[in-house]
Ligand binder design. Structure first.
Ligand SMILES: Cc1cc2nc3c(=O)[nH]c(=O)nc-3n(C[C@H](O)[C@H](O)[C@H](O)COP(=O)(O)OP(=O)(O)OC[C@H]3O[C@@H](n4cnc5c(N)ncnc54)[C@H](O)[C@@H]3O)c2cc1C
Length: 468
């Protein structure tokens, strides 16, 4: 890849103006290290365009000179996808305008740098729901969320980000602006170009704005924290809760006892909602368009769960504070995991009907090969997506344990393949899983490379990521 010359550096600065770039090492520092602290990168210059035209100007200059670019949103990628390794870094953080709220159409058009939590609040102020919700929502930006096709805790009801996007505007790798912003729900005019950019991890262009779907706000949300003997019981209860509630389940998250114990130990102010100790816990959230009958529906589902022997203990959140406390237990797992030591992490998906069998087989194989490994498996079990992690036996053994990472991941991914699952349910490929993707999906990668070279013949867009 071509190096940035002084002449091109100056051309970029001139195109973006004084607010649009930085070479200040203290400003660059948080942009060149990933959220987990696993990848330390570098960039010759941070560009901060304030408009689509400025993004296009910067990309055109880089494209003509064959200079590589890494686009960046909130830099919360969990697979090193947004960490530049010498590329020009383009941050969308100054592009934060809401261009249009079309309440009659249940849609909003926003710029790529809008932080998810702000978008949720803007939708709520308009008495609508933007349902994408995940642990990084205070930092992740809509351009990054779309580029990783993010999931989160409400996929069960509203789908992945891909299903929430109606239209996109993007700057293609030659600097052309593609205006695909539309609020249409039906548009059969050939290839759906936005779907190529969604989940492309910044390898096919830079998303500058998006038209997003909005939904009616639920009148009432009910949340239960229940204890169970097994993952199989949790999956059976999910079916029961969906059926009895008329498909009102919006979130269904699972955590094992060890995850709860680590949260209670490492996260101040948390407490166990149940009096008895259980092997597994589920957070089950139901959302309703009408408030009346909501609590009764949840109680009916829990009652049936107890009667069938699926639920061993449970608590219902009596108010918003309690609901937040319950959610905090789930949302703090990653923090507690980090505070304790290190883990070999996997973000896998399996058909939900085979989840229990997968967890049992995968755990047995890993612990047979590495008897010290602590199974630490939690997540969006309702979507068939779990974070199938293996933790070091103690913080002091963390480094020694991580030497087994490749061996453990190999066993996990071989087991995933036996169950027709995916090695990346929602975090993406980034730098972390490129080799794994290439070896496990060679035909897919061949087709992806053909698409990439058609749109980005010089290979300048995020060249180290996804296809590598
Ligand atoms: C605590 C925590 C919890 C998380 N929970 C979940 C979860 O439940 N579900 C889930 O799916 N993910 C989760 N994630 C990871 C998730 O992928 C990111 O949070 C989010 O989708 C990335 O958004 P971002 O703005 O930070 O993008 P970045 O990290 O900045 O970038 C991610 C990728 O998108 C590209 N990119 C960024 N902006 C653009 C753009 N405008 N145009 C083109 N390409 C772009 C980057 O080059 C990179 O390849 C979590 C992360 C953290 C830290």
């Amino acid at each position: 890849m071509t190096q940035l010359t002084e002449e091109i550096r100056q051309a970029l600065k001139d195109a973006l103006g004084p607010k649009g770039w930085s070479e200040d090492s203290s400003e660059l520092a948080p942009h060149v290290e990933d959220w987990r602290g696993r990848y330390q990168g570098s960039t010759p210059i941070l560009l901060k365009p304030g408009s689509t035209q400025e993004v296009a100007a910067a990309v055109t200059i880089c494209a003509e000179a064959g200079i590589a670019i890494t686009p960046q949103g909130g830099n919360t990628s969990l697979c090193g996808a947004a960490t530049p390794q010498g590329e020009v870094l383009i941050s969308l953080k100054r592009m934060t305008r809401v261009r249009e709220m079309d309440i009659g159409n249940d849609s909003m058009t926003v710029e790529a740098g809008c932080v998810l939590e702000n978008l949720q609040n803007i939708a709520a102020d308009a008495d609508r729901l933007f349902p994408l919700a995940l642990g990084s929502q205070g930092s992740a930006m809509i351009g990054g969320l779309i580029s990783t096709n993010a999931g989160g805790v409400q996929v069960l009801r509203y789908g992945m980000t891909r299903e929430l996007v109606l239209g996109l505007e993007a700057v293609l790798p030659d600097g052309t602006i593609w205006s695909g912003l539309t609020g249409l729900r039906k548009d059969n005019t050939g290839y759906d170009l936005k779907q190529l950019l969604i989940g492309a991890e910044g390898t096919l262009g830079i998303i500058t704005a998006a038209t997003l779907k909005l939904f009616p706000r639920p009148a009432r949300t009910e949340l239960a924290f229940v204890g169970m003997d097994s993952v199989g019981d949790a999956v059976t209860f999910l079916g029961l809760a969906k059926r009895l509630s008329g498909n009102a389940v919006t979130a269904f998250e699972i955590l094992p006892r060890i995850a709860l114990e680590r949260v209670l130990e490492h996260v101040p102010g948390t407490r166990d909602p149940l009096e008895s100790e259980q092997a597994w816990y589920v957070l089950c959230e139901l959302s309703f368009g009408r408030a009346d009958g909501a609590r009764e529906t949840l109680e009916e589902a829990l009652g049936e769960g107890f009667e069938q022997g699926l639920i061993k203990d449970g608590a219902i959140a009596e108010n918003e504070t309690q609901a937040r406390d319950f959610w905090r237990l789930r949302e703090s797992i990653a923090e507690a995991e980090r505070a304790y030591g290190r883990s070999v992490k996997h973000d896998v998906s399996i058909p939900v009907s085979r989840m229990a069998e997968f967890i049992e087989r995968g755990s047995a194989r890993v612990t047979q090969a590495y008897p010290d490994a602590v199974v630490f498996c939690f997540g969006h079990v309702g979507d068939g997506n779990v974070h199938f992690n293996f933790a070091s036996p103690s913080p002091g053994q963390a480094e020694e344990f991580m030497a087994h990472a490749a061996g453990i991941s190999g066993i996990v991914y071989d087991t995933v393949a036996e169950f027709d699952g995916s090695i990346s349910a929602e975090h993406g490929i980034g730098i972390l899983k490129r080799e794994e993707l290439a070896s496990r999906k060679p035909v897919d990668v061949k087709v992806m490379r053909a698409i990439k070279s058609a749109l980005d013949p010089k290979g300048i867009m995020n060249p180290r990521v996804l296809l590598g």
